[in-house]
Design a protein around this ligand. Structure first.
Ligand code: GRF
Length: 224
């Protein structure tokens, strides 16, 4: 069977994209596999460093500058056209900082994953690390979830937690969370492309079992 095809959308540095590229090439730092091809990377910001990461990996890098469009709908219409050209089985939002409309969301329902830097349902939206510190949380993390029309609110797949340390700034905490993101994103993508993970009317299901509301808790020690 041929490998499934993934299109990754980014807006910035693309360290999560790098983890996916590495996994797809059999070179992930923690040895995680991703039995799929990254067919293209699309950025809404022309100068996103992630585009260079894509080119370095020999992957098509496309810039679709949202400032060149009149409104969200026309941008989303162009984006869905672009994604369709690559016949993507899975679309991954890896630090893609645009709110998407149904023009893009509806045709890709059940085929799109996002990573959010918090333990959802806590802290949807921006500034998650500072909000966790301000709230005095002892634990923070990241969650991979299916994308639906509810911002950061689609069914969760997997989350990884890190401790919040006494002297943490938003930056030090973000760095600790990012290291976990680079593990759980390839893991969730691999579940999807191996047909273990699906979105049903009940929610996110892994191997036919409905996942808990925050998703599976990632445990570095355990085989997934
Ligand atoms: C990550 O923190 C991710 O959770 C959020 O945006 C950031 C992207 O980082 N959605 P990078 O571009 O993958 O380095």
């Amino acid at each position: 069977m041929s490998r499934q095809r993934i299109v990754v959308l980014i807006s910035g540095s693309g360290s999560n994209l790098q983890a996916l590229l590495d996994a797809s090439a059999g070179k992930h730092a923690a040895g995680l596999p991703l039995d799929a091809d990254i067919a293209a990377v699309i950025s809404n910001r022309p100068n996103a460093y992630g585009l260079e990461r894509a080119r370095n990996a020999g992957v098509e890098a496309i810039s679709l500058d949202h400032t060149q469009f009149d409104d969200r709908h026309s941008f989303d219409a162009a984006l869905i056209r672009q994604v369709s050209e690559y016949s993507a089985d899975l679309v991954i939002l890896a630090g893609f900082m645009r709110i998407l409309t149904p023009v893009f969301l509806t045709p890709l329902r059940g085929k799109m994953l996002n990573i959010h830097p918090s333990l959802l349902p806590k802290y949807a939206g921006l500034h998650t690390h500072q909000r966790a510190i301000d709230a005095g949380d002892v634990e923070h993390g990241a969650t991979v979830h299916f994308v639906t029309e509810e911002l950061d609110g689609g069914p969760a797949v997997v989350h990884a937690a890190v401790p919040v340390l006494k002297n943490d700034s938003a930056e030090t905490l973000a760095q600790r969370v990012l290291e976990k993101e680079h593990l759980i994103f390839p893991l969730a993508a691999q579940w999807f492309v191996s047909d273990r993970l699906v979105l049903t009317n009940r929610g996110a299901e892994l191997d036919g079992e409905l996942l808990p509301s925050g998703g599976v808790r990632f445990n570095d020690e355990r085989e997934h």
